[in-house]
Design a protein around this ligand. Sequence first.
Ligand code: PEP
Ligand code: MG
Length: 318
Amino acid sequence: RQSELQARAQEAALTRDGTRIEVAANITDRRGAQAAYAAGADAIGLLRTEILFLDRDAAPDADAQRASYEVILDAMHERPVIIRTLDVGGDKPVGYLPFPHEPNPALGLRGVRIVELHHDVFEQQLRALLALRRPQQCRIMLPMVTEVAEIIAVRERLTALAAEMGIDALPPLGAMIEVPAAALLAEQLAAHVDFLSIGTNDLTQYVLAMDRGHAGLAPRLDGLHPAVLRLIAQTVEGASRHGVWVGVCGALASDPDAVAVLVGLGVSELSVDAPSVARVKARVRELDLPACRDAVRELLALDSAAAVRRAAKAKWPA
Ligand code: PEP
Ligand code: MG
């Protein structure tokens, strides 16, 4: 069974009715990229760039960052790589980047909210991304987007930097959907981006008002909660009005019970941990999209994550 899975891992994953679902991988570094490529990932759906900024005394400059990103693009050959801009603050502090003391960091300055606070650090990262040798392989993604103005501000900065650097085409720009307000206003956000990717780890935390690292609440912190699923449905619906595709890069995408649910909700890319790629692709190949869509309508009407999980297991047994 394992060898059978591996044999088809490098092929595209199509549902039984012929819809392509891109199965990508989440990584942090070159070794992750090599593992993702070998595992058959169609793309990198989330490169967490935080690791480049950790364990050092100062932020890496544009040249150092560009070199690190190039190595990852090379390891993926021609396959696309979504590079997420620095997502620090909240649960991800960095020593040399001073943040004001915040009583409630998860609700404070984090993700794209730091771009004004750490203007220069952000600019070095944008310069690195614009200077890549194969810009068409790269997509830029902003974390923790809450409103349209944040995207417009970054796009303006990218445009100005590109002009200064003599670059004419910007890489595609996308936003993570991990704040409930962003899911509710996905249609408005989608007018300003090329793609959306749902971060179910943070989205679940903020929808359920349960700390994502809280050990005692962990059993209840389930992305299959119907409230989270309704926001995913709303995101896909809003994005579709602008012809914008939606992926999921939170841990829910790697959850065997969730694959059919997310596909039924209209998600077209699942970014998973590399060891899950073959299994998720195999799961996609068993699905009939119209049947998933019908089933999901029933799941959205249920009243708890446990009920959704039970129903999903019954409809799509492993
Ligand atoms: C998420 O929040 O789901 C996500 C993918 O981002 P991170 O886990 O890095 O916050
Ligand atoms: Mg997140």
